[in-house]
Each structure stands twice: as C-alpha cells, then as structure tokens.
Design a protein. Sequence first.
Length: 279
Amino acid sequence: MTERTWLVTGANSGFGRHLSEQLLSRGDRVLGTFRAKGSVDDLAERWPATFHAAHLDMTDPDEITAVVDQAWATLGRVDVVVSNAGYGLMGAAEELTDEQVVHQIATNLTGSIRLIRAALPHLRRQRAGRILQLSSVGGQVAWPGGSLYHATKWGVEGFADAVAGEVAPFGIGVTIVEPGSARTNFRYGSSVLADRIEAYDDTPASRIRGILTERTAQGIGDAARMASAMIASVDVEPAPRRLVLGSDAYEAMESALADRLADVRGQRESAAATDDPRT
C-alpha cells in the first residue's frame, strides 16, 4: 500500500470525516479543513504527527488560496486533493431567497472551482496527482425541490469533466464522485430548507420538505464503505472519470441518462434540418 498525502476539505463531518479517519488509520498524512472550531480536535489528538488542521470557509477566495498553499508548504507534496465541502439548499426555486442562492453557489460551485484552480499549479509542477471532486447522484439527476443544489452539482461536474482533459497531459487525474443517499449528517445536519410557500404544498417540490421535516428517511448507503471506495479509486489507472456509489445512485442515473438519450435520439432529423445547406 502506497502512503500518500491528502488535502481533504470538510474533514470534520460526513464523507470528509470518514475519509480522514480511514486515511490516518492506514498511515497516510492528511491536511483536513474545518469551519466549526474544535470539530477536528480529536483527529489532531489521535494522529498528532500525520494530521494537520486548517480553517476554511469555501466562500472566501483568499482563504482557499492560503490553505492550498499552506498544504504544500507544510507537507511538501500533496498527492490527492478531495474537494468535499458543501451543503444542500432545498426548496422550490421560488421559495429561495437571493442570499441563499448566492451562498449555495459560492460554497458548492465557485468554492470547488477555486479550490481546484488553486491546487493545479502545485499538481502540475509535481507532474502527478489526483483530484476527487465530490458531486452526487444529484449531479446527473434533478428532482423538484432541489433546483439550486442540482445547479451547483451539475455545474461542478461540467467543470471537472473539462478540467480532466486539460490536466491529463501533466499526469493529473480527475474523478467525479457521485454518491447516492448515505447515512451521514448531510440530510439532517447540513441541509438548509427554504421558507415555505403554501402554493407548493401539494406539488412534487414538497416531497423534499416532508423528508427533511419528518426526519424519518435514512439513506441506504454505508458512508464508511463509500469512503473506502473513494480511497481505492486513487489506485486505479487511468483515473476513473466517474465513481458511482450506491445502488440507488446507479439506478437513478441509469434511468435519467436513458431518458435523456431517448430525447436526443428522437430529434436526430429535426436537429439536422437546421444545418446550413451550404455545408
């Protein structure tokens, strides 16, 4: 087993916590970021020689750059960058405030883009490295009540997909991680529910409100197993472009992609009819 050095955002909870604990347990080095003071103190106490903590607000561009630079300055080398930090903003699009929209995009999309861009010069100089961009089944499937969350995940997938082609010549691999529902604190701990507009009570958008308020539905995915699969993916060459985790994610994505492909194929002739006849 190769010992590696990792930069993991959002190391205090969810997948970031599972990843950090597993990596440290096997002897890897981790620089893990957090927002809440004291939330990673236990990791620093258990692994004082191999765990390094850094505060990071994903909406602060200067702090993102400083933390990434600190990772290389402190550790000398980072083999894997895990862009994990984020949260879910749920509710019908009309129910969201402008401030909520801006913050969701700044955290999940713009923050992830800034993190990767800040890491690329370091990885490029190494001529090696791997980026794991946490997305979601919601980066390929869109359900009512999650429009802004889906917008950020679809957006970051497009970004990461294109970047993968840009940096492959430098020995850098990019994997988009697409978990389904998992038993983490994402659903009932880090998700934000917009204020209710009664007109949406009996519409498809209300389903997510019921799930978040009733707090009875549990994800089927094992977060620790998912984290193990993410770690194992780094040993795969070439880097898998996508890593689907959970049977629910696979089934939902397969169905959505089949429907999308059917829509496209049904327009083959009409699409060609708009070509310039001179070509």
